[in-house]
Design a protein around this ligand. Structure first.
Ligand code: FE2
Length: 379
């Protein structure tokens, strides 16, 4: 019997996805942190993000400060509270530094709000217009898992640096970019038994379709397991894998995340590069720490993935992972958590045809994470 190719499956999924919520791309990701100035400096020096815009006391905003950074099509907003009364402290106190907003770029933010709320989304922000001398933006928002929210951003009448209320910003300090191009996917960790609930949310409320799923048979080691499903919007630009813990002998990394994040949240942001060897060399030189991969991973790599353009020795020296599906292959690597708690991390990914997510690497990856957990005493 012929198995449907992933490409055909993907096309079918995209056809299934309903187009009541056309999304043009990820507009920005906002992290709430304890010290935005220092976090922004880290994303610039370690990852090569560039200054784009700023909002804070100098722009009349007295309760919070935001640095907007950009690299390729990725916009990152780093926000911190300025006063003890700020509600943002509650977010930092509970979750540590973490992702609060996954903003989606839409044609019509009012319709996006109406269509999703009609289908059961919990409103976060009623449609509102913000404007300044550069034009107008319509924003709205809904809640998703945990305290994470989706904002819908309609910006076709806006020509400013970022959003009204922000001024364009250039500190004069600009370490070179590291080749990061766009967000490939963003993964959410949800609680035990909640994966299907949140996949249904993306299907029913946002019109996404399921791309692929893994279960604990695919992704388990001696100790830990997880289940994961990938939800994609109609255009295929937005891909949200959703993980839940599965029963293992010891505590899984998803459980560890949920314990330290104090609930569901964004686990990792996967960013695409056109040259992972160059990007990872660069990031390592800048001090970015990646998960360790055992030598044994490379011993039978050729056997597992077949012919690839890159030299195995080079990949091995940088600890880059490779996986193949029936469309091609992909190269990827995961940072250690980029915040103090064992929560959010970054994935660097280069796709060479493959449309999947590195299932073949999960086991090697998990074993690596377990070694880290063991050091933290949380396995
Ligand atoms: Fe990923």
């Amino acid at each position: 019997m012929e198995t449907p190719s992933l490409n055909r499956t993907y096309k079918k999924v995209v056809e299934q996805a309903q187009d009541f919520l056309p999304i043009l791309g990820t507009d920005y990701i906002e992290m709430i942190v304890g010290n935005a100035k220092q976090s922004a400096h880290y994303f610039k020096t370690a990852f090569g993000f560039q200054d784009l815009a700023f909002s804070g006391m100098e722009t009349g905003r007295k309760d919070r400060v935001s640095y907007v950074l950009q690299q390729g099509k990725i916009r990152l907003v780093i926000t911190a509270p300025l006063t003890p009364e700020s509600e943002l402290w509650e977010h930092v106190r509970t979750h540590g530094d973490g992702v609060k907003v996954v903003a989606l770029w839409v044609e019509d933010a009012t319709k996006a709000f109406q269509e999703t709320v009609k289908r059961g989304a919990k409103p976060y922000l009623e449609p509102c217009v913000e404007s300044d001398s550069f034009g107008r933006v319509v924003k709205s928002g809904i809640h998703t898992y945990g305290e994470t929210v989706h904002l819908f951003i309609e910006r076709h009448d806006y020509r400013g640096a970022f959003l009204p209320g922000f001024v364009s910003h250039n500190s004069g300090f600009a370490p070179a970019e590291s080749g990061l191009l766009y967000i490939d996917h963003m993964v959410g960790n949800v609680d035990w038994g909640q994966m299907n609930t949140w996949c249904s949310f993306y299907a029913e409320v946002m019109g996404f379709a399921q791309l692929i799923s893994f279960d604990d048979k695919d992704i388990s080691t001696d100790y830990t397991a997880l289940m994961s499903k990938v939800m994609s919007n109609g255009s295929g630009y937005i891909k949200f894998p959703i993980n839940e813990p599965a029963k293992g002998k010891k505590k899984s990394q998803i459980e560890e995340y949920i314990e330290y994040y104090r609930g569901p949240g964004v686990q990792h942001i996967a960013v695409a590069t056109g040259d992972i060897v160059k990007t990872v060399q660069d990031l390592r030189a800048r001090g970015v720490q990646f998960l360790e991969v055992p030598d044994s991973y490379y011993a039978d790599l050729m056997h597992r993935v077949g012919q690839i353009d890159e030299e195995i020795e080079v990949l091995k020296s940088l600890r880059i992972l490779v996986d193949r599906d029936d469309q091609g292959y992909l190269l990827q690597l995961f940072t250690k958590p980029i915040v103090d708690r064992p929560t959010v991390f970054i994935e660097i990914i280069q796709r060479k045809g493959a449309t999947s997510f590195g299932k073949g690497n999960f086991k090697a990856l998990f074993e690596s994470i377990e070694r880290e957990q063991e050091l933290r005493g949380t396995l």
